[in-house]
Design a protein around this ligand. Structure first.
Ligand SMILES: Cc1cc2nc3c(=O)[nH]c(=O)nc-3n(C[C@H](O)[C@H](O)[C@H](O)COP(=O)(O)OP(=O)(O)OC[C@H]3O[C@@H](n4cnc5c(N)ncnc54)[C@H](O)[C@@H]3O)c2cc1C
Length: 416
């Protein structure tokens, strides 16, 4: 194949477009299955995966309408200990994986009603949590403030550091034979022109890549790549999230321990939600806003203030920590909050996007499903409810409008 820039063409069994945690996990697993894999990304690992807190909490991310999504998250969580251990064993790199549960707390009596609803949901889904009194919450987390009314402890939940995870996934994918090209994909190659099959892509530098199958794992931008026929455009949109990183240092006042919290603490503070995720090295991640503002990554004073206000209500000692980073990331949202996984309506094109608030949690199971499909042509049963074609051909615009119209206060969302 000759290319616009006259460069020599490359070829692979699989071209993965996008090197976030989803694309990297797929590339790794596909290479392990013996496929030759090329990954293209102009800025690998710097999308939503770079911003993410890394909570692994399948129930709190599900609602009654999302039982299948809970099942997917639950299977992914169950596979995380082995997934993280295998990555570290193969690459010598840590992932920050820990499984010390989530404590969800309520700030006032009204917030406790939300927690009770969540507890019923967890029970219905078969991942029960234990009710804790205010005193028991403080025994579990001594840094909690005096206003905490009570909580729920979910033992099996965990967390991972998504930045470490992305580094380990890239190293593992490369060790398994995958190759990273630091270029964006500019346009899909569809044959015959305007036709029905993807045969590769042209990269931003003009180089052509020929591939038997192409995986579109470019997060919220998955619908924007040139060459995608209208019927195959995935209905993904950016959903902004602002998030903070704090750190306890030797000089931290008030005698706060570097670990500050023993586990992830999520809370409802007068109806608004916040979470605090401790990392092994002393970092504390506080998140996150959820804003429908398109591709806007500005960090605002209001966003930072709300997060600090609510986090301080739960854990007053955070004001002594150093504020080391403020950031905003764009989650790949879909009309039903569930990912798009599997073959698209365009032959040769496989989608792996739309993981919204749970892409870090869902990376292992998504990689298993997509790599299995790439190697065998069969979509595992657990992946079938998330078919990339479930919205039909003109889903994009209509589906997004419908979702926006619902608003965020429809009573369905718990602790998001
Ligand atoms: C504030 C915040 C907190 C979050 N917290 C959690 C959490 O606690 N737990 C959890 O499970 N999830 C969380 N998420 C969600 C999670 O981050 C996402 O679901 C996940 O990162 C999606 O991964 P991805 O690989 O699909 O996308 P991304 O990480 O966005 O990666 C997409 C990649 O595609 C590349 N790309 C784009 N266009 C092209 C192109 N044309 N060619 C080549 N490459 C391209 C980009 O450069 C990028 O590297 C959070 C998200 C945010 C924003």
């Amino acid at each position: 194949v000759s290319t616009p820039a006259g460069q020599s063409a490359r070829s692979a069994d699989v071209l993965v477009i996008g090197a976030g945690v989803i694309g990297l996990a797929i590339a790794w697993r596909a290479a392990q299955l013996g496929l030759s894999v090329l990954i293209a990304d102009g800025d690998p690992g710097r999308g939503a995966s770079h911003a993410a807190a890394g909570m692994l909490t399948p129930v709190t991310e599900a609602t009654y309408a999302e039982k299948e999504l809970f099942r997917l998250g639950s299977q992914s969580l169950d596979s995380y200990p082995g997934f993280a251990a295998e990555l570290t064993e193969l690459t010598g790199r840590p992932t920050g994986f820990r499984q010390d549960g989530t404590l969800q707390v309520g700030y006032d009596p009204g917030d406790m009603a939300v927690l009770e609803e969540l507890r019923a949901l967890q029970e219905a889904f078969g991942r029960p949590s234990a009710r804790l009194s205010a005193r028991e919450c403080r025994a579990a987390e001594p840094m909690l403030g005096p206003s905490v009314h009570g909580g729920l402890l979910t033992e099996g939940d965990g967390s991972v550091d998504p930045r470490l995870l992305a580094g380990a996934l890239l190293a593992a994918a490369q060790a398994a034979g995958a190759e990273l090209v630091r270029q964006y994909a500019a346009e899909l190659t569809v044959t015959p022109a305007g036709g029905s099959r993807v045969t590769g892509a042209v990269l931003a530098d003009g180089a052509a890549v020929a591939a038997g199958q192409v995986v579109l794992a470019s997060g919220w931008r998955a619908g924007q790549i040139a060459g995608l026929p209208a019927h195959a455009v995935p209905p993904v949109r950016p959903v902004k999230g602002q998030i903070l990183r704090l750190r306890a240092s030797q000089d931290t006042a008030g005698g706060l321990p570097p670990g500050l919290l023993a586990r992830t603490v999520r809370g409802v503070v007068r109806g608004s939600t916040v979470y605090l995720v401790p990392r092994l090295g002393g970092e504390l991640v506080i998140g996150a806003t959820q804003e429908e503002l398109g591709a806007d990554t500005r960090v605002t004073a209001g966003g930072v203030w709300e997060l600090l206000r609510d986090a301080r209500a739960l854990v007053p000692g955070i004001t002594e920590l150093e504020l080391t980073e403020t950031a905003a990331g764009l989650r790949p949202g879909t009309p039903d909050n569930a990912p798009l996984i599997g073959p698209s309506s365009l032959a040769g094109l496989v989608l792996a996007t739309g993981h919204f608030r749970s892409g870090v949690l869902l990376a292992p199971v998504t990689a298993m499903i997509v790599a299995g499909y790439l190697a065998s042509g069969q979509l595992a049963p657990i992946g079938q409810p998330f078919s990339a074609q479930r919205f039909g051909s003109s889903a994009g615009v209509a589906g997004q409008a419908a979702h926006r119209g619902q608003g965020e206060h429809d009573g369905q969302e718990l602790l998001r």
